[in-house]
Ligand binder design. Structure first.
Ligand code: UDP
Ligand code: MG
Length: 329
């Protein structure tokens, strides 16, 4: 059960944007309207705000964010110096919002996630939860391929012991202390949805139906989806390395049995021309070794990247409005 109920928070809604010129205006309008009604209903403080993170877009996204910051006092904009990817952009936004907010909701710019669920997330915060996961009820609007591959991925992750909320992406509410906890994970290869459960604190879920992208195309092509899945596995678990060891062990055991069989055949005078089996086993072993080296290489690569302690992102500009009071609008 969560801790004691809490008063209305100063809420920040963080939106990573990469080449989102087609959806930005709609997104800003919808989220502003939502924020406004929540202020009126006294669910959140009047100085709550939206924070758009421009992840090195090459279109007019940043110009639009800048204009919104000028026109609207409840809008903030953060520009990264280059495209760092969704996870880093989100972390940059969380880091910028945390010192100014009691609760932070993260949502994608295309508003595929139902923004009304944010109200229920805030209610979760009021009830004392530090983490409120947005969970997709059905994925009918996703393509068959995206749905099936995502389900397979969640199953694979669970089988390897990674705790992760199924059908939850990066639509969630975090309290200030949960964000600060998350930011203490300084690894370069951050897989946020695997890290949040590790931070702990009372958590709950809010279910919603996911819609279609309002405009523009997905910024997650298959290549980026696979990269995220790989990132998720190799940065959260060493199970694949253990599987390699287990595989190696079983192959050794099988070879031992096979050697025994061959010796028996030899001494009973039943030896045969065995080149197909030899060739096959060479190929098979070669394959197993290459695969194993590849997986080990992936982890070694991770160590290499972590050892360099490179910064996760650089902020090019941060537009923070001095006056952020929605009730004065
Ligand atoms: N995004 C980002 N950097 C990237 C790719 C995506 O900040 O390199 C943002 C994008 O603007 C959107 C969110 O991440 O707000 C999720 O992307 P998208 O909606 O295209 O993914 P999908 O819903 O197709 O998985
Ligand atoms: Mg989307």
């Amino acid at each position: 059960m969560p801790a004691t109920p809490r008063p209305a928070p100063r809420l920040a809604i963080v939106v990573p944007c990469y080449n989102e010129e087609e959806v930005f205006a709609y997104c800003q309008q919808e989220l502003s309207a939502l924020l406004y009604t929540m202020v009126q209903d006294e669910m959140v403080q009047p100085d709550s705000f939206l924070l758009f993170v421009d992840d090195g877009s090459r279109d007019t996204t940043w110009e639009q964010i800048k204009a919104a910051c000028t026109d609207e006092s409840h809008v903030q904009g953060l520009k990264l110096s280059r495209n760092e990817g969704h996870q880093s952009a989100l972390l940059a936004g969380l880091a910028a919002a945390a010192p100014q907010a009691d609760a932070i909701v993260s949502i994608d710019a295309d508003l595929q996630d139902d923004i009304q669920a944010i109200r229920r997330m805030v209610e979760g915060y009021h009830a004392g939860y530090d983490v409120v996961y947005g969970v997709r009820e059905c994925r009918q609007t996703d393509t068959w391929f995206k749905r099936t591959s995502a389900e397979g991925f969640y199953r694979l992750m669970a089988a390897m012991g990674v705790r992760q909320v199924s059908n939850h992406a990066d639509f969630r509410l975090l309290s200030q202390r949960a964000v600060n906890g998350l930011l203490r994970y300084t690894e370069r290869n951050a897989y946020i949805r695997g890290l949040v459960p590790l931070v702990g604190f009372p958590s709950t879920e809010v279910h919603y139906a996911r819609g279609l992208r309002t405009a523009g195309e997905s910024k997650y092509p298959l290549r980026k989806m696979l990269a995220l899945a790989m990132e998720g596995i190799t940065s959260m678990t060493v199970t694949p390395l253990r599987l390699i060891a287990a595989l190696g062990f079983s192959i050794c055991a099988v070879s031992l049995a096979a050697t025994f069989y061959v010796l028996v055949m030899k001494f009973t005078g039943n030896t045969v021309e065995g080149w197909p089996s030899i060739i096959l086993s060479i190929f098979f072993m070669g394959g197993v070794q290459m695969l194993s080296l590849g997986i080990i290489g992936e982890y070694v690569g991770k160590i290499y990247l972590e050892a360099k302690q490179r910064p996760r992102f650089h902020v090019e500009s941060f537009l923070q409005n001095p006056v952020k009071n929605l009730s004065q609008l």
